[in-house]
Design a protein. Structure first.
Length: 75
């Protein structure tokens, strides 16, 4: 389990990772139709998922902080 800072506990705690289905918003009926056809052709077993991090101590959802890599130079 990753160690992350929890805003609720105000300290670094262990966090569990839960996969959640991404919300699909379609702007038009045509776009929704093409997404449906694409899903049927590719197989409907594929669903876009996103990671969500929850504190093990208080069960508060946390946002992951971007990783800072020391001694890395930009090209």
């Amino acid at each position: 389990m990753p160690q992350m800072y929890c805003d609720c506990c105000h300290k670094k705690t262990a966090h569990k990772i839960v996969m959640k289905r991404c919300d699909q918003t379609h702007d038009s009926l045509l776009k929704a139709f093409f997404c449906f056809v694409s899903t049927v052709v590719q197989g409907d077993h594929y669903v876009k998922m996103e990671k969500q991090y929850y504190c093990r101590a208080c069960n508060h959802q946390s946002e992951p902080q971007p990783a800072i890599l020391p001694n890395v130079k930009a090209a």
